[in-house]
Design a protein around this ligand. Structure first.
Ligand SMILES: Nc1ncnc2c1ncn2[C@@H]1O[C@H](COP(=O)(O)OP(=O)(O)OP(=O)(O)O)[C@@H](O)[C@H]1O
Ligand SMILES: N[C@@H](Cc1ccc(O)cc1)C(=O)O
Length: 361
């Protein structure tokens, strides 16, 4: 693969790269690059997570050595799954199983448990050094990386250590590239600034878009002066709001029902979850999408890229119902192997039962 092809694969569909010039230089250096993503194993896997899973696949295919950090301790700090570490570990196994069945070659991944990192005293020395190089105000602002705000009344003090841990993970693993959704930007910007102060390697960060929830931008609680990033985090698909999400384990019928009920006004692309599913999940896997229509409404039509389809939708040439049916069909095709593999694993069934009974946050 040429340098341009690798760059194209790594950057496609990303919301932002900080910075593209630095990424190009790293690729041109011909050194083996090390990248990572961390996730809090906190329960079911919704289709928004497939966006970063696709990017992990792209990075592996572009020759990057990817680490998958099972952020078990971070999830425990963040009170996920009632703080039950054994349940958190089961949820981590489940997440890895989904990633594998989405087509990521997991034998090429370096899978690391935060449990093992926190046993090392060097790790904690690093956490303290990072904290020493960051102001308390900045650490508090970064709490959004764990879906929290500094103003929350009852948070315990361990949560203030979390951002310094996430930055330390990056240094400890000696990374070139950090991947995450756009809501992880504050951790990555902090890592870049602290790297300069501590003389560490400065990461390039790749941020994938956040898939909007099935209600689009409706019924969200936006307050005056909220930043654009915070608005996106508020309206994203989230497992804490099950009505906003499609889970990879949902049945074919549930996927169809959820898609049919989703926000998708005629001619509107902004915050439209159906168009976003097509753009970020379906088109990266298929060369074309076919919209089947009755001959009275113009007959079937095929689109070879997303932009062409979006244009036709905005111009009112595609009816929301036809768009939804095509989306449900393709999405079900993508989810089928994942669903099948999960059905064959009864150990996850037990975990899912426990998870639905336990409090996510
Ligand atoms: N709707 C989404 N679309 C795309 N990526 C997402 C979405 N939600 C979360 N992510 C990404 O997935 C990773 C894990 O995030 P997080 O644990 O906050 O997910 P979540 O399922 O939304 O959790 P919660 O239910 O606590 O809000 C992060 O890199 C985050 O940016
Ligand atoms: N903060 C990330 C999880 C994470 C934890 C540690 C990391 O080093 C990286 C990512 C999330 O909420 O999903």
């Amino acid at each position: 693969m040429s340098i341009d092809q690798r760059l194209q694969l790594i950057t496609r569909n990303a919301a932002e790269i900080i910075t593209i010039d630095e990424l190009r230089k790293k690729i041109e250096s011909e050194e083996k690059l090390k990248g990572y993503i961390g996730f809090e194993p906190s329960g079911l896997f919704h289709i928004g997570w497939l966006i970063w899973t696709q990017k992990v696949k792209d990075l592996v295919e572009a020759g990057v050595n990817m680490t998958l950090l099972r952020a078990t301790w971070h999830a425990w700090i963040n009170d996920k799954l009632g703080g039950d570490l054994s349940l958190i570990k089961m949820a981590a196994d489940y997440t890895v199983e989904v990633i594998k069945n989405y087509g990521v070659d997991t034998t090429k991944l370096n899978i690391v448990d935060a449990d093992d990192m926190v046993k090392e005293k060097d790790y904690w020395a690093l956490v303290i050094k990072v904290a020493k190089n960051a102001s308390l105000a900045r650490i508090k602002r970064a709490l959004t990386i764990m879906g929290r705000r500094a103003e929350e009344a009852e948070i315990d003090a361990s949560k203030l250590i979390y951002p310094a841990m996430q930055v330390s993970d990056i240094f400890y693993l000696d990374l070139d590239i950090a991947l995450g959704g756009t809501d992880q930007r504050k951790a990555h910007m902090l890592a870049r600034d602290v790297a300069e102060k501590m003389g560490k390697k400065k990461i390039v960060s790749i941020h994938t878009p956040l898939l909007v929830g099935l209600q689009g931008g409706q019924r969200m609680s936006i307050t005056e002066g909220m930043e654009e990033d915070d608005i996106q985090a508020e309206i994203k698909m989230s497992k804490s709001k099950p009505e906003s999400a499609i889970f990879v384990s949902d049945s074919r019928e549930d996927v169809e029902r959820k898609i049919m009920g989703a926000y998708c006004p005629k001619g509107v692309a902004e915050n439209n979850p159906i168009l976003q599913i097509l753009k970020y999940i379906i088109f990266p896997r298929y060369n074309f999408v076919k919209i089947e229509r009755d001959i009275r409404y113009g007959g079937d039509v095929e689109f070879k890229d997303y932009e062409e389809l979006e244009r036709a939708y905005i111009e009112g040439k595609i009816h929301p119902m036809d768009l939804k049916k095509a989306t449900a069909r393709r999405l079900n095709e993508i989810l089928e192997p994942i669903r099948k593999s999960l059905e064959r694993k009864p150990e996850f069934e037990e975990m899912i039962q426990k998870i639905s009974k336990s409090v996510t946050r």
